[in-house]
Design a protein around this ligand. Structure first.
Ligand code: NDP
Ligand code: GDR
Length: 374
């Protein structure tokens, strides 16, 4: 029997990778998409063929995590076997500026999904995955972090995700739902949103290399993160729902780097050698050598500067995960290392910037259309 999956947040980075994975496994894939004034399905357009019945495709339904009725309607219509709740206001810095919306979508949105599942009587057949986050650990007291590490979130996003984490556990204990959370550490890819630090760096440096931008402004270069590849991490999400018992898992690589390390690695992937000078708010990085063909950069050009705007009211300084439980129970391990991840992102953004410089791509919409054709 064909399994049916319902994904919230299908238009996001993880939604796109997960939809592709599930289609490959023969699932019928449904996704909830918000109505927006401009296109927001760029990442899954290749999986969406409205008029070609022969091609496996995702089915999209309008809905919003802040709108219970829309969630009830879609769940009743789809009757899913598996639900992946990936939808969220997922930007930590933005959550300080939109704390109420973040709580509504990320915390109460999860409650709405679980309660809809329960009142529709889907609990018997349907399994639920919640996208928890290493941001729950926040101010860490032990390293590396595992499933038993105490939580201390440091942002409205982290606090909202903590509610979602506990309410998922509560529905499991109180109502017997197969509901579990993946506590995922940072995972990136060429599909990563352009305002998260990794993609901001690869996109920004690539654009600088072709003279499309002068410099990349960043915040805390000392922050340490455990960065993996989204393609590997969505596999863990699927594996969690295939187990006999619902259980929460940390998903991480077990190695950490600073934001400064990421800049160096991305520059190297673009054949740029950078030197960091100064410190604190006056730190900057300039070009020592540029080997990239077609680049307009010269030695001495400053590519990275610090801007106060990108510091957070409360920072998560360091995170690194211990995914031993996932390795033992799920047989999961990260396949993509740090260098391979950064190289893949840098190369994708180099190609994009090169085409932008040649005038082949302009606005987001134009870029998508041309990439699809080209
Ligand atoms: P993205 O920001 O790329 O995607 C978030 C998705 O949620 C988008 O599809 C977005 O829609 C959707 N969304 C936002 N608000 C609502 C709403 N009110 N109703 C319905 N949908 C909404 O995130 P990622 O793919 O990177 O992450 C997936 C999930 O995993 C998120 O919950 C995130 O918090 C969590 N997570 C991510 C980690 C990471 O490193 N990537 C690590 C740990 C957890 P739209 O396209 O319209 O904006
Ligand atoms: P994070 O990711 O907050 O860990 O949340 P992000 O890439 O935004 O920040 C990582 C670290 O880099 C520092 N930083 C900057 N961050 C951004 N966005 N922009 C900058 O210019 C900049 N300069 C330095 C940050 O201060 C931070 O320390 C991500 C999201 O995907 C969450 O949804 C998810 O839950 C966690 O990862 C795990």
């Amino acid at each position: 029997m064909t399994k049916r999956a319902l994904i919230t947040g299908i238009t996001g980075q993880d939604g796109a990778y997960l939809a592709e994975l599930l289609l490959g496994k023969g699932y019928e894939v449904h996704g909830i998409k918000r109505r927006t004034s401009s296109f927001n399905s760029e990442r899954i357009d290749h999986l969406y063929h409205e008029f070609d019945e022969a091609v496996p495709k995702v089915h999209l339904h309008y809905g919003d995590l802040t709108d219970s009725l829309s969630l009830l309607r879609v769940m009743q219509l789809v009757q899913p076997d598996e639900i992946y709740n990936l939808g969220a206001q997922s930007h930590v810095a933005v959550s300080f500026e939109e704390p109420e919306f973040t709580a509504n979508a990320d915390a109460l949105g999860t409650l709405r999904m679980l309660e809809a599942m329960r009142v529709l009587g889907l609990g018997e057949r349907c399994r639920f995955y919640q996208a928890s986050s290493s941001e729950l650990f926040g101010q860490v007291r032990e390293t590396p972090q595992n499933e038993d590490t105490p939580f201390h979130p440091r942002s409205p996003y982290g606090v909202a995700k903590l509610y979602a984490h506990w309410i998922t556990q509560n529905y499991r204990e109180a109502h017997g739902l197969f509901a579990c959370s993946g506590i995922l550490f940072n995972h990136e890819s060429p599909l990563r949103g352009e305002t998260f630090v990794t993609r901001k760096i690869t996109r920004g440096l690539a654009r600088c290399a072709y003279g499309l931008q002068q410099c990349v402004y960043l915040g805390n270069l000392d922050a340490r993160r455990d960065w993996g590849h989204a393609r590997d991490y969505v596999e863990a999400q699927w594996l969690m729902l295939q187990q006999e018992q619902p259980r929460d898992y940390v998903i991480a690589t077990g190695t950490q780097y600073t934001v400064r390390d990421f800049v160096r690695e991305a520059a190297a992937a673009l054949q740029l050698e950078l030197e960091f000078c100064g410190d604190g708010a006056d730190e900057y990085a300039h070009v020592l050598r540029c080997g990239l063909e077609g680049s307009t950069l010269q030695p001495g050009d400053v590519l990275v500067r610090i801007h106060a705007r990108y510091f957070r009211p409360a920072e998560v300084d360091t995170l690194v995960g211990d995914a031993s439980r996932a390795r033992r129970d799920l047989g999961w391990y990260p396949r993509t290392g740090f260098s391979a991840l950064v190289s893949e992102m840098a190369e994708a953004d180099r190609r994009l910037a090169e085409r932008e410089a040649r005038g082949l791509v302009g606005s987001r919409h134009g870029r998508h259309l041309i990439e699809k054709l080209g």
